[in-house]
Design a protein around this ligand. Structure first.
Ligand code: S3P
Length: 452
């Protein structure tokens, strides 16, 4: 996947974060909507598709396997389903920076009657794929990556699979989804048990596309088993992707921590397996209204946030999976709150697009914040005076955006370098920043400058 040339984003202190916006489509749902409709029969119109680089990788890979996708506009796709009959790709399938693209597609490809190769950029090629390779091999798949960690490129010799019962060693929606997708092409039933709930978009979309999995909730409410039957067929059905809660999280968190702010975000995905940030912020003393307007497949609605001074909190245990993509912005909010904010049980952050614990600790320190780094998280000591800083993105979209929000609270100028990565999940981040940020001085253009 080609990247925008090196770019930077410069921001200054704001008075308030406010107004009304909607954010681009949900990344997790855009991947799944295009993948599931490509595997389904019939035609599916997807509205609200996220035209971020990650989801475009999934779309292109499906096109390379014979699925006809009309790109009516950046956000509206017409997918002509293949009824599960993909064609062998002529070239390696490029997943770019996207773990979701690679892990979900690997599940599908393991059961196809052809060979394929999944490749990715330097970051994706260093991320662990053993977590999907091991259970897929148990299902009879011929799949391998490089070295002990089975890093990309992944070589897949597709063939017959058999259903397995698998208990996941990590809370990962990507792993769960990979195995459920492989299960659709396997003989018999595949069951996946998670001890800690992870995002449930795959389960919801399988049901929406007429192949409902059977779900057994554990009696103690902790985790569940999801079962799919091999040979289940998906049927195409139009789908509208709601706004990405993980993108809105930057504005929600920023507005919540800035007294005087009043921000409304509409058409926002509000799936309870994704909105843990709202509970964290409420615990920190935030003032938030959440209104769910529709729950037919994926709940969505409106969030209104009023700014206040916040206090530190602890985030750990089962809550981590729900806020996994929000932990960089939670670390930022910790820096703005009174007292310490402790993040624990979040070792997964070390194997995201970058090591997000090390990256956030480095960048927060550059702003003048004291951070204790732990093996499985960090403690951020909030309340210090913030000075504008020059920080790197570490090639990670969420590090770049989280630090841009922190820059809105710092005295002086903050520059984030290498911000091209933001396009993987939030291509219009800068435009939306212009909409919601009310800068301290007049002359907006001077207050925010990108050189893309
Ligand atoms: C995703 C799951 C999460 C998340 C990622 C998207 C998904 O990863 O961090 O951005 O779409 O399933 P894990 O499931 O590996 O934690």
């Amino acid at each position: 996947m080609s990247r925008a040339p090196a770019s930077t984003l410069t921001v200054r202190q704001v008075r308030q974060i406010g107004g009304e916006i909607s954010v681009p489509g949900d990344k997790s749902l855009s991947h799944r909507a295009v993948l599931f409709s490509a595997l389904a029969d019939g035609t599916t119109v997807i509205d609200g598709f996220l035209p971020g680089e990650d989801c475009v990788c999934t779309m292109r890979a499906l096109q390379a396997m014979g699925c006809v996708i009309e790109v009516e506009s950046k956000t509206r796709l017409i997918v002509h389903g293949t009824d599960g009959k993909l064609r062998p790709p002529l070239e390696p399938l490029d997943c770019g920076n996207s773990g979701t693209a690679m892990r979900l597609m690997a599940g599908v490809l393991a059961g196809q009657p052809f060979s394929s190769r999944l490749i990715g950029d330097a970051s994706l090629s260093s991320r662990p794929m053993k977590r999907i390779v091991d259970p897929l091999v148990k299902m009879g798949a011929k799949i391998k990556g490089k070295g002990d960690k089975h890093t990309a490129p992944l070589e897949i010799e597709g063939g017959p699979l058999i259903g397995i019962d698998y208990t996941m060693p990590v809370a990962s929606a990507q792993l769960k989804s990979c195995l459920l997708l492989a299960g659709l092409f396997a003989q018999g039933t595949t069951s996946v048990t998670e001890k800690t709930p992870s995002r449930d978009h795959t389960e919801r979309l399988l049901a929406y596309f007429h192949a409902p999995p059977v779900i057994d909730l554990k009696p103690d409410g902790k985790g569940k088993t999801v079962r799919v039957r091999g040979g289940s067929r998906l049927h195409g059905r139009d789908f509208t992707v709601p706004g990405d809660f993980s993108s809105a999280a930057f504005w929600i968190a920023g507005a919540a921590a800035l007294p005087g702010s009043d921000l409304t975000i509409t058409k926002l995905g509000l799936n309870g397996t994704r909105t843990g940030l709202l509970s964290v912020l409420l615990r920190m003393g935030a003032h938030i209204h959440e209104t769910i307007s529709d729950s037919s497949c994926e709940p969505y609605g409106t969030v209104r946030v009023y700014g206040r001074k916040l206090r530190g909190t602890k985030i750990s245990g089962a809550e981590i999976a729900n806020v996994i993509d929000e932990l960089p912005i939670i670390a930022v909010i910790g820096a703005l709150a009174e007292g310490p904010t402790e993040i624990r049980d979040a070792k997964e952050l070390r194997v995201k697009e970058t090591d997000r614990i090390a990256a956030m600790a480095t960048n927060l320190r550059a702003f003048g914040i004291t951070v204790d780094e732990h093996d499985d998280g960090m403690t951020v000591h909030g309340g210090a005076a913030l000075k504008g800083a020059k920080v790197g993105s570490f090639g990670d979209h969420r590090i770049a955006m989280a630090c841009a929000i922190l820059g809105l609270f710092a005295k002086g100028e903050t520059t984030i370098e290498e911000t091209g990565c933001i396009a993987t999940s939030y291509p219009t981040f800068e435009q939306d920043l212009r909409k919601v940020a009310q800068f301290q001085e007049t002359g907006f253009a001077a207050m925010l400058s990108g050189n893309r």
